[in-house]
Design a binder for this molecule. Structure first.
Ligand SMILES: [Zn+2]
Length: 144
């Protein structure tokens, strides 16, 4: 039975390997191992792979900054302290991407694996590839 996409995405949201569920993928908060220590998945699957995680990180930072601004103005209306809100927003624009960085990487890897399942070129150890994908790849190999 193939691993359901919900399980793959849950692993991504908990900073685990999307293929095998292994944790401890980061040596430091922003320094990710190039491959999964358990299943061998190469995380940067294609050149430019991390652009997706960068996009997730930027989107979240913008939502938080805009949310702080809207809520701050709404609470203090009609005389919002724009300098204070600006300082808080600038701080959030720095802290949120750093805090979310490892999550954005594992979430993006999980999204990528759901959209483009692992194949033989991802260096995943035997036994960890999704069975459905193995069957599909065997069919493709046998048809060739
Ligand atoms: Zn793994």
């Amino acid at each position: 039975m193939a691993t359901p996409p919900s399980t793959v995405l849950r692993r991504g949201f908990t900073r685990r390997c999307a293929v095998c569920g292994q944790g401890h993928l980061f040596r430091h908060w922003v320094r990710m191992a190039p491959t999964c220590p358990q299943c061998g998945l190469r995380f940067a699957r294609i050149p430019g792979h991390w652009l997706g995680s960068w996009f997730l990180n930027v989107c979240l930072a913008q939502v938080v900054v805009l949310g702080i601004l809207i809520i701050g103005v709404a609470i203090t209306y009609p005389d919002p302290p724009m300098l204070v809100l600006g300082v808080i927003d600038a701080s959030a624009a720095v802290v949120v991407p750093l805090a979310f960085f490892p999550f954005s990487r594992t979430i993006w890897t999980a999204i990528d694996l759901v959209m483009r399942p692992a194949d033989f070129y991802d260096d995943v150890a035997p036994g960890y590839l999704l069975e459905e994908d193995i069957a599909r790849l065997r069919d493709e190999r046998d048809a060739a």
